[in-house]
Design a protein around this ligand. Structure first.
Ligand SMILES: [Zn+2]
Length: 308
């Protein structure tokens, strides 16, 4: 049977954010928990560094060079939320590279599932601006790679991170080649993603924003996946499905007010896996947020188990 692949890299520890919620211990907690529960048949691989040209398909060369220089100079605050250290450059390259390698494993090797665990997360990063803990938009880089290198015409992204993925939303706003669907708490950072934002130009109707009220949990998230995301994706017939998987809608997460549990993440993953099988569109998962270490680790394990 084709492999299921889990991608990670030791450089993630070098993205030193100090006493910040998006910290190196997140990836360590996930891996330690999976060591205890077993890896659900996933084969572990090291995320390669992303090729500069792939990064520059998503981000402006000037922006990429500015991040490189800022890290090389020792880093610091980019904005009120986003902090980098000297090691952040390598971490960010491997994080985007892990998402790209997940796509390659699915499309070139026929892997049965792929999970790219990495940091810094990506879905707030704009084409030329870091924000919200994010430097490079890992899932967007991966989607563009699927379109460019693998010749796909339709990629669908489900973003269930509790925050709206404004970066991914904007990068693909006027594109019909990527369907972006986001379930996010509102009002909450970054304040974007009303249901009325459905894309622009050729991309009208290919952005599906589903804000939910504070307190929303498994029932609300799973209902939106079943009643909105799956029918829309069935119509769209993506050739690849990516999940921008943040775990900060978890009831124990300190950064937001939703109440999803690991059972909810398992149910959403199972629903997306069935859709992936029905549409014969491989399914890849890219880590975004999730800041309560135990909840994050258990929720990632629930996702892998549902994919296995
Ligand atoms: Zn988030």
């Amino acid at each position: 049977m084709a492999a299921a692949v889990f991608l990670s890299h030791p450089s993630y520890i070098g993205h030193d954010t100090g006493a910040h919620p998006e910290r190196a211990a997140r990836i360590a907690a996930i891996e330690r928990h999976l060591d205890e529960t077993g890896w659900f048949g996933f084969e572990r691989r090291e995320s390669p560094a992303v090729a500069r040209e792939l990064l520059e398909r998503c981000h402006s060369p000037e922006y990429v060079a500015a991040i490189e220089r800022f890290c090389a100079a020792g880093g610091g605050q980019i904005d009120a939320d986003t902090l980098v250290s000297a090691g952040s450059w390598q971490a960010a390259l491997h994080c985007a590279g892990g998402a790209v390698a997940a796509v390659d494993a699915l499309l070139a090797e026929g892997a049965r599932a792929a999970f790219a665990a990495g940091r810094p997360p990506g879905h707030h990063a704009l084409a030329a601006r870091a924000m919200g803990f994010c430097l490079f938009n890992n899932v967007a880089v991966a989607a563009l790679h699927a379109l460019g290198a693998h010749g796909l015409e339709r990629v669908a992204i489900l973003d269930w991170d509790v925050h709206h993925g404004n970066g991914t939303n904007d990068i693909f706003h006027s594109s019909a080649e990527v369907l972006y669907a986001s379930i996010h708490e509102s009002p909450l950072y970054p304040g974007t993603g009303p249901a009325s934002d459905r894309g622009s130009g050729a991309g009208v109707g290919f952005t599906l924003n589903m804000p939910v009220a504070t307190g929303s949990g498994d029932a609300e998230f799973c209902e939106l996946v079943d009643s909105m995301v799956i029918p829309r994706m069935r119509d769209y017939r993506p050739q690849l499905i990516l999940i921008s998987a943040g775990y900060d809608a978890h009831v124990e997460d300190p950064l937001a007010g939703c109440s999803v549990t690991e059972e909810g993440y398992a149910t959403m993953t199972s629903a997306m896996r069935r859709l992936s099988e029905e549409l014969e569109a491989p399914l890849g998962v890219v880590l975004e947020g999730g800041y309560e270490l135990g909840a994050l680790a258990r929720s990632v394990a629930a996702t892998l188990e549902a994919l296995a």
